[in-house]
Ligand binder design. Structure first.
Ligand code: DON
Length: 312
């Protein structure tokens, strides 16, 4: 059932208004543990809202491409659910919030029975290890092709960001090796980390991201291409995990304010999904202490309220 968004003129005005309202905010700081992300101009700001009916509303720097980072995680989890089934995915990856930061080792030490989740780095690297393919190249080709189908166009690797993170990757490699020690990773840990680093470095625009999110809002059918990407049942599970853990230890605060599934990335990308209606994507690099885009959170809160999208 399509609930649709309110009148398109109203939505277009609200998107433009949100851009103007929050454009001047200068709080927060670009991620710098991936050196290439620190070089991105911090005042870039873009908003895209895509309805399940294919309506597209844009404001700001919408031509700028940025690396997906953790916003890739729900889509890889969706593809893993599609490939191995949602129960196997749940057993292998876990679906509960860790209550700890996205790259926490402590979470894994405490919860090594699998109760991490595919939104934090450890669970996401484990999810990547489950992607179809017998070699690293096959797995990467699968991911690049299938994530591109969510966007409805061929997404390319940001080589600079990939090289930058790959050269500073010992923490994620450590997480993957620890997963291996607990038998919670299902491919070579260093190769799985490398593929994960590539998926994080896929370039998107806010429009791409909003189309991808609108596909999750639309039961797995891309509203622009009309292609079925995943079965509807998997959208339910992916959105549930985004609600639980999409903003890591701040997921409760997010849900309280926005009332919708969300996912953030350290490049400053942020995705908010309104099931049955559409998706909002924002790009604004400065982050708060938990690694979530400051302007992105404000836009999501404002548009969720003004468009009446809060699920509760
Ligand atoms: O693995 C990392 O640390 C990055 N490639 C992605 C982390 C991330 O985006 C966390 N999100 N807010």
């Amino acid at each position: 059932m399509s609930l649709l968004l309110p009148d398109p003129v109203l939505v277009a005005n609200l998107v433009r208004d949100s851009y103007q309202r929050f454009q001047g905010i200068t709080d927060g700081k670009n991620a710098d543990y991936i050196p290439a992300l620190a070089q991105v101009p911090p005042d870039l700001f873009a908003i895209a809202l895509v309805g399940v009916n294919g309506a597209v509303h844009l404001a700001g720097d919408t031509q700028v491409e940025f690396s997906m980072q953790s916003v890739s995680k729900p889509f890889v989890f969706a593809l893993v659910c599609q490939a191995i089934g949602e129960q196997a995915a749940k057993e292998k990856l876990g679906v509960n919030n860790t209550g700890l930061p996205f790259n926490s080792v402590l979470a894994m030490e405490r919860l090594h029975t699998g109760a991490h989740n595919p939104m934090v780095n450890a669970g996401a690297i484990a999810a990547t290890s489950l992607v179809p393919g017998t070699t690293a190249e096959e797995k990467w080709q699968f991911l690049q092709t299938q994530i591109s189908r969510f966007a409805g166009r061929s997404l390319t690797l940001n080589e600079v960001v990939y090289a930058s993170e790959a050269a500073h990757n010992r923490h994620n490699q450590g997480l993957a090796k620890l997963l291996d020690a607990y038998d919670r990773i299902f491919f070579d840990p260093l190769q799985a980390t490398d593929i994960y680093t590539k998926q994080c470095a896929l370039n998107v625009t806010v429009r791409d991201l909003a189309v991808m999110g609108a596909t999750l809002a639309n039961g797995g059918v891309n509203p622009i291409t009309g292609e079925m990407i995943i079965d509807p049942i998997h959208c339910q599970h992916v959105l549930a995990v985004m609600v639980t853990a999409g903003l890591y230890e701040q997921s409760g605060d997010w849900l309280y304010e926005v009332g919708l599934p969300g996912k953030s990335g350290v490049s400053g990308g942020m995705l908010t999904v309104s099931p049955g209606r559409g998706a909002l994507a924002t790009f604004a690099p400065p982050l708060d202490a938990a690694g979530n885009s400051i302007k992105g959170q404000k836009v999501a809160q404002h548009l969720s309220t003004t468009l009446g999208l809060n699920l509760f």
